[in-house]
Design a protein around this ligand. Sequence first.
Ligand code: SF4
Ligand code: SF4
Length: 348
Amino acid sequence: MKTLAEYKEEIHSCSKCGLCQSVCPLYQITGNDCTVSRGQFIMLKGLIKGDLKMSPKINRYLDLCLKCGACSKFCPSGINVVDIITSAKAEYFKTSRLEKFISFVQKTFIFGLGVKLAGVFSKKVKSKKFDKKVIYFGGCSGKLKGNKAVINILNSCGIEVITPDFECCGIPFYVRGDKESYTSYKKSFEKIVQKYEVKEIVTTCASCEKTLKGYNIGGLEVRSIFEYLRKKELKPVLKQKLKVTFHKPCNIDNFEDIEWILKNTQNLEYIEMENFDKCCGLNGVTKISEYKIMSEIFKAKHKDILKSGAKIVLTSCLGCEAALRLFSFGKYRVMDFAEFLNKYAKPD
Ligand code: SF4
Ligand code: SF4
């Protein structure tokens, strides 16, 4: 994690063209330049120069940013907005007792005790043996849901799955600016991986995948489960006809694989909903005090889902899944794509 000052050059490369405004889901609601990268960079320049002091007001704008990265993909200067805003958040974190307390509660009770307790009741199965082996990084999602879907899918590809007991990948702490916790999760991951000769890690969650790739551990391959299905050209057949739509998580970098499976699954009608790639609104630090803005984003997504006519919404990120469920009001079912395939596809 670089410091804010280390991003000085990159921040200066912002030409203030304002193109980011047209794609930022937050700016589209607030119309406030401080909620989009262009305005944020003006604030951050002030902080680096010493003209501005870090304050709760600046922190509010840092928190509001969804870290969706939509602006970066559109930015002519190719600025890595998410990492820059996160580094500024880390500056604030150092000064705020409240942030540290929230992080402690998250680490100890939500991602620690809570996930562990929930994991006691999740179903775990044993993998079949094959020559080809991969390690499954379940993280929180694997603890909560068990490993059945992953093992069934990978076994059907002729791959054995090793399932160590990993902790959270650390992304909730990364976006909060809690460097220490993020680093401790990274170290715990490294320690577990070192025990195995296998250096291929598979995940079902786009956010875990992105975080593990960001660890930059030499010799380690991090892959999504959908990559294996596509490579094997396994075309699932559903036990019944189903109509689905898909919400694309911001952190995904292998949507082509998912799209290929969606289009090549028999008995599956895939409807591409409008704005399928627009952020769901869950940025990891969503605050109740910002409920009004966040609910605008949630409501827009809800409308797009209803318009698609599908009764099942698939996604591949635990955070997105939680956010979509929050506003589903029983009108449609939200499912993880791997779980969906495991439940509805015919076994080979
Ligand atoms: S699109 Fe990029 S260069 Fe243009 S204002 Fe936004 S951040 Fe700056
Ligand atoms: S990361 Fe997303 S929410 Fe944040 S400034 Fe960029 S487009 Fe807006």
